[in-house]
Design a protein around this ligand. Structure first.
Ligand code: FMN
Length: 179
């Protein structure tokens, strides 16, 4: 008898969720506005609590702006070499549930990473929230208003090299029925 479709393990390398890796080295080739729009469309397709969509975005192409971020973000030295970066921000005041916006923003970052993988682009999630010093530095650099919280920065570019998928499936982390 045929196996039900849901029991087939997706093949690493073909499934964008399984093949996605953090890419931190990019070629000089540009990423055009149409691709950035696809990434943002994927971001905004994410689930959010009460469908409140508290996310906001700042697209940065200015090299001089990107070059300032590694001055205070210790793990962002790839940024000046990326053709484009998207800052994801949350507007908690806009949401019905004021505490759930980080989950909503995380879902939209992950959606962008997977869309990038589908497009052949490289990307990496650079953490900002909830680290106060990174939030403050980004707020000043990008003139972000007080009621909006910078959540993450995601640089995008064409990968200098692809990385192998990383299979992290670990049965020991999974409990069934109860802990
Ligand atoms: C919340 C969060 C913050 C992260 N911050 C950084 C960062 O500041 N700089 C960086 O190079 N990678 C950052 N990463 C990427 C992780 O280092 C990476 O996802 C992890 O090492 C697993 O590797 P992979 O993405 O290639 O599977 C972050 C990832 C997450 C989810």
């Amino acid at each position: 008898m045929d196996q039900p479709v849901s029991s087939h393990a997706p093949l690493p390398g073909r499934d964008p969720v399984l093949s996605r890796r953090s890419i931190r080295r990019y070629t000089d080739a540009p990423v055009d506005d149409a691709l950035v729009e696809r990434l943002l469309r994927a971001a905004m397709a994410a689930p959010s609590a009460g469908n409140q969509q508290p996310w906001r975005f700042i697209v940065i192409r200015e090299r001089a702006t990107l070059a300032q971020i590694p001055e205070w973000h210790p793990y962002a030295k790839m940024l000046p070499s990326a053709p484009v970066a998207v800052v994801v921000l949350g507007d908690p005041g806009d949401a019905k549930w004021k505490t759930l916006w980080p989950q909503d923003c995380a879902a939209c970052v992950q959606n962008m990473l997977i869309e990038a993988e589908l497009l052949g682009l490289g990307a990496v999630w650079l953490g900002v929230h909830p680290l106060p010093e990174r939030e403050a530095a980004l707020r000043e650099l990008l003139a972000i208003p007080e009621h909006v919280v910078p959540f993450a920065i995601v640089p995008f570019g064409w990968p200098q090299a692809r990385k192998e998928p990383s299979d992290r499936y670990d049965e020991e982390r999974v409990h069934h029925e109860r802990w």
